[in-house]
Design a protein. Structure first.
Length: 577
């Protein structure tokens, strides 16, 4: 019997078995040709190894609870962590001492930084610059930003232009920290640009991305419309409204040194005696994201990558519901597109270049991105969290455990230590009674280092895939905003209306710009909670972008169709795969 060809006419002499092997070899070669860089941290760990590693992440390990070293990690415990990270031996990880007592919080998955992947860049093939040092003006500016966020968490995004504290924050961040933010905003930080991301899309329209508000056109629970805030999910639906948490003084944690120290040792507040845990919810209504506390709450409980699957579902339903697959405003390089200029006249996409393909890729890139982030977090940088940096400032200015302020001469840049009236630290101390960074989450940060942000690398990777798959230039037909007429009423944040600018003119928003804004919202929302810095976000999304592009480069080899992916990077440059 003669062998029948199965596509790829240029290799018909090969059996399918050999062809499959060749494809795997080709993709492996793509991965092999990526150079593995030298990974460099900022040198603080070596510089302060004789000072109990004061500039590095140590949460969850045992810390001194009294005396002149109070709040600092016990060096023998930190050295056992370093031994495990150096050897990679699973038994050494089991020997790392925890400080949380009978029911300690556990370190989150350091060994994932050693895992290999069969697709996309190896986690060690990508790198990011060293994190800002605690003695740098850049780190001071990053701490100032998260302090200002803590002070302004309950101000609605739509009110930023009229609130005095937002004006004070913008002035401080623009004038007192010469390397903040990175990269700089055009014209410095203003009340219109404060706390936003660094892409063009971040500076257009309202703060919250359309993909955290919009509903979609669908078949179920009619009428589902963009202003309904309901996303079709097959015959089910997803509500963009969430259960929010109550404003200050509720939902504010770790502002006294005793609770901070317990938390730093890894004591789990959820099972402890803290009466505020689980008792800070607004149970009167489900609401859209109105302010920084709402956004911080959203990224506390999200099941990643839920928001990017949601964005994909919105895009797939952005046109008529019964169109062929792929649905939505897909990229011009997709041969199955139905938007003009049209693609195939005889076929629809499905398993390849159709709806199931992109939904699966979002999940695939998430786990690969996390491995790249976890390698940087645990094996390269080990950057301390903002709540740990805040404790250094608290001890330096207030002292701790009976030790006077002069006992803790930590090498912190003087620009953040300004205590003049109206400065960020002056306001923090007056509002919260300490210089500790107030946390939205009872448990504070998760038990892994700060740099880069896990939410940010997932955001960068997933948004890059979505920008490759869909037409970035497509104008969103019916953009929405939270109904401003509900301000101060029980309905506040529950209804949407047509999105307009300050003059009442309808906004013109594109898919690409709003996807970039989605990436920054999800990333910076973690900064707003108090668990990350700005550079954790910036370098996280850029690292995620690199993971996604690498995955697409290898995916391309496995398809039979002639197609391309075209997208705009976060830095504004274009790329075609």
């Amino acid at each position: 019997m003669s062998q029948q060809p199965f596509g790829r006419s240029n290799v018909q002499p090969f059996s399918r078995r050999r062809l499959a092997h060749r494809i795997r070899e080709e993709t492996a070669e793509v991965a092999f040709l990526r150079q593995h860089p030298n990974h460099q941290n900022n040198g603080e760990e070596a510089d302060y190894s004789n000072r109990n590693y004061i500039a590095n992440y140590s949460k969850g390990l045992p810390h001194f609870t009294a005396g002149p070293n109070i709040g600092e990690v016990m060096p023998q415990a930190y050295n056992l962590l370093l031994r495990a990270l150096t050897s990679g031996n699973p038994n050494d990880f089991e020997a790392i001492p925890l400080g949380g007592g009978a029911n300690p919080r556990k370190l989150i998955n350091p060994q994932s930084g050693l895992a290999f992947d069969l697709e996309g860049p190896d986690s060690h093939a990508l790198t990011i610059p060293p994190a800002p040092r605690i003695d740098s003006i850049e780190a001071a500016g990053e701490m100032a930003e998260v302090y200002w966020m803590a002070l302004a968490r309950d101000i609605k995004f739509e009110s930023f232009g009229t609130e005095a504290i937002i004006s004070a924050a913008a002035s401080d961040l623009s004038t007192n920290y010469s390397i903040f933010p990175r990269p700089p905003y055009p014209g410095g930080v203003t009340t219109s640009t404060i706390f936003r991301g660094f892409t063009r899309g971040d500076l257009i329209g309202h703060y919250i991305s359309q993909f955290l508000l919009l509903g979609g056109a669908g078949f179920v629970l009619a009428p589902i419309t963009p202003s309904s805030g309901i996303i079709p999910y097959g015959s089910l639906s997803i509500n963009q409204r969430q259960q929010t948490i109550r404003p200050f003084p509720n939902s504010t944690f770790l502002t006294n040194f005793g609770s901070w120290l317990n938390n730093e040792n890894g004591v789990n507040p959820i099972v402890g005696s803290d009466p505020t845990c689980g008792n800070n919810y607004d149970t009167t209504a489900l609401r859209f994201i109105r302010n920084m506390r709402d956004l911080a709450n959203y990224v506390h409980y999200d099941d990643l990558p839920q928001e990017f699957w949601n964005a994909c579902l919105i895009l797939q339903h952005m046109d008529v519901p019964c169109k062929p697959m792929p649905r939505g405003p897909v990229d011009q390089g997709n041969p199955y597109r139905s938007m003009p200029p049209g693609g195939s006249m005889t076929q629809e996409g499905f398993g390849t270049l159709g709806d199931p393909n992109i939904l699966a890729l979002i999940g695939e890139v998430t786990t690969r991105a996390l491995k790249a982030a976890w390698f940087q977090k645990w094996f390269v940088h080990r950057r301390l969290r903002p709540e740990e940096f805040g404790a250094l400032i608290e001890k330096r200015l207030h002292g701790a455990g009976g030790e006077p302020p002069g006992s803790f001469n930590y090498p912190i840049h003087p620009s953040i230590l300004n205590m003049a009236g109206g400065s960020v630290l002056n306001r923090i101390d007056a509002t919260f009674g300490s210089f500790l960074l107030p946390q939205v989450y009872p448990e504070g940060c998760p038990l892994h280092p700060s740099y880069p942000s896990g939410h940010a690398i997932i955001a960068g990777a997933c948004v890059t895939l979505l920008k490759a798959w869909f037409d970035e230039s497509f104008v969103i037909p019916t953009p929405v905003m939270i109904d401003p007429t509900d301000n101060g009423t029980p309905n506040e944040g529950t209804r949407l209306t047509t999105a307009v600018d300050g003059t009442g003119t309808p906004l013109r928003l594109t898919v690409g710009d709003e996807l970039n804004k989605l990436a920054s919202n999800i990333s910076i929302g973690r900064n707003m909670s108090g668990v990350h810095y700005r550079s954790d976000y910036v370098q996280g999304v850029l690292l995620g972008e690199a993971v996604a592009i690498g995955l697409l480069e290898e995916q391309k080899v496995t398809y039979n169709e002639n197609f391309s992916f075209t997208l705009t990077r976060f830095d504004g440059t274009g790329i075609t795969i």
